[in-house]
Design a protein around this ligand. Structure first.
Ligand SMILES: Nc1ncnc2c1ncn2[C@@H]1O[C@H](COP(=O)(O)OP(=O)(O)OP(=O)(O)O)[C@@H](O)[C@H]1O
Ligand SMILES: [Mg+2]
Length: 257
């Protein structure tokens, strides 16, 4: 394989026969998934089907009982989890910003750790992300409690990108954001994905969001993948009654979950 082939063919994230149970409840069973560089993978499925469990295995917050998860060609089980998490952006529904730090300090948190000697570089990175996320510079000195939910979510995404991560994991990041702001943030995420060429795994309960944001959509149910394909393919050729019902519900304006 030449370099280009290797980049295209070697998955950035790979689940190889992963299973996970809590007590006697199996949450993931013989789970296989490969995500290639630059994909925007959206994941949808009913509450409790294992989406968050799957996502947290990518940054080592949860470990498989059997099978393995590979990130950039390295088995997560045998890697330094702290270093791994520093290299992977992670955005969750209720952001988890550091409440005692200003917006600027939140976004600069990881770059400050990484560029101890080059404060200017960190300052430049923060300014750039603030403008990318269309955050008003006047918000930089505020604390998270002084921001709206949508603004906090923008700061969360900026913070996740600030360390220069090329993988972004998003667990229902827009779940608590109202309709208009949500659509704006979707637009910004799409643009950022294009501009930065990052690989994104995005969990949502909103099938329409999954179809419009994803370059590829994974539908999960009860710990397995029931369909995996391009958005158009999922809508035009649902592979099961389960996926058909999702498509019908979406057409009727119903939000999943
Ligand atoms: N630490 C844990 N201990 C015990 N059970 C857990 C733990 N984490 C998750 N579970 C269980 O595993 C199952 C899958 O949880 P997970 O969070 O992956 O679901 P999900 O698909 O993300 O659901 P939701 O859409 O509601 O966020 C659920 O039944 C949940 O209760
Ligand atoms: Mg979840």
């Amino acid at each position: 394989m030449n370099k280009t082939e290797e980049r295209v063919k070697t998955p950035v994230i790979c689940f190889d026969n992963v299973s996970k149970s809590y007590g006697d409840k199996q949450v993931l069973g013989q789970f296989h998934l490969s995500v290639r560089k630059g994909e925007f993978l959206t994941v949808i499925g009913p509450s409790g089907c294992g989406k968050t469990t799957m996502l947290k295995m990518i940054n080592g917050l949860t470990e498989p009982d059997s099978g393995s998860v590979w990130v950039r060609g390295v088995d997560v089980a045998h890697t330094d989890k702290i270093a791994l998490r520093r290299d992977i952006g992670y955005v969750i529904q209720y952001v988890g910003l550091f409440p005692h730090m200003t917006v600027r300090q939140n976004i600069a948190y990881v770059p400050t750790l990484l560029n101890k000697k080059n404060k200017q570089r960190t300052a430049r990175a923060v300014e750039h992300l603030v403008s990318c996320m269309e955050l008003d510079a006047g918000l930089l000195e505020r604390y998270p409690s002084e921001l709206s939910g949508g603004q906090q979510q923008r700061v969360g995404i900026a913070r996740a990108l600030a360390a220069g991560a090329d993988i972004l994991l998003l667990d229902e990041p827009l779940g608590a954001v109202d309709g208009v702001t949500r659509r704006k943030l979707q637009e910004e995420l799409r643009r950022l994905h294009k501009e930065l060429g990052i690989t994104a795994v995005f969990i949502t309960h909103d099938f329409h969001e999954a179809l419009t944001l994803g370059t590829r959509v994974v539908v999960m149910n009860e710990g397995t993948i029931v369909q995996d394909g391009a958005p158009k393919e999922i809508v035009e050729k649902p592979g099961s009654a389960f996926v058909s019902s999702l498509v019908e519900q979406m057409k009727a304006g119903y939000k999943f979950g």
